[in-house]
Design a protein around this ligand. Sequence first.
Ligand SMILES: O=C(O)CCC(=O)C(=O)O
Length: 281
Amino acid sequence: MKLNDAQCKCFDEGGYIQLEGLIEGEELSQLQEEFTRVEEATREDWRRQLVEGIDHDGYGIGETAHVVMPVAPHSDIFIDLLEHPATMPVLEAFMGPDVRMKDNALHVKPAGTGSHSEWHRDGEKIDGNRSTAWPYHRAHEWSAQDRQAWERMRACETPYMKIKVFFFVYDVDEETAPFSVVPGSHKIDGPPPQYDSLEDMPNHIKLVGKAGDAILWSGSIWHTAMDNTDTKARRMLLYNYTHFGMFRKPEFIPSGEFKEHIRRRSPLCHQLFGLGRMARG
Ligand SMILES: O=C(O)CCC(=O)C(=O)O
């Protein structure tokens, strides 16, 4: 699935896009089943971590979020979503031919919990420094072949450094801690302003939707999770993409049996896991 010109403009100007109904019917039921299986299987570990003390992470692991990172080794269905045929063309059109997964997670935000984040934009460690710039700083170092591939696939002037894809596994309403953004803020310099209440951020919008929808967003956009004031948990799958050669934590680099498993999958999958670049015709 390729975005039309209006959708491309919308993503580039707004810094995000929501794609509806990417997973439906039997596939959605299977995804929900697998999600529940992993959530149940890891619940005790999560509770233990809460008691023993936890390494709080960008996704808010703690009382306000049950997070399983990485989730990919838990089921092929989670790997399928990493290389989903509707999201990959968007990632390539805005990032280029060397896109690679940085991290992936199952994320449950329990009913009645406060937000696990504040308004922020994601930063990346670049040459030892944390940067929040949205253009990819090393695109000028691409090989001639990559530059040609980019000319064929690109839908924007300058490749983005980071895009994240969040799949809604169940419906997300205004009360269900919706992921929220300030459209267009991905190209503004500097950190977002802070307010006493997350709700006070001017011009923010709450990205609500149905199970099976996905939101794709620039890591540089001002964003946060809202409070979950609902009686149901928010359940999402999070995929984070940067470029081949950029930093990632060791737990996201496949090893052992899982690496062999990935080797049996598509060339695109090899690339996304960083096992090797995919040939581009
Ligand atoms: O869980 C959320 O909605 C917020 C996630 C977030 O802040 C991030 O991915 O940087």
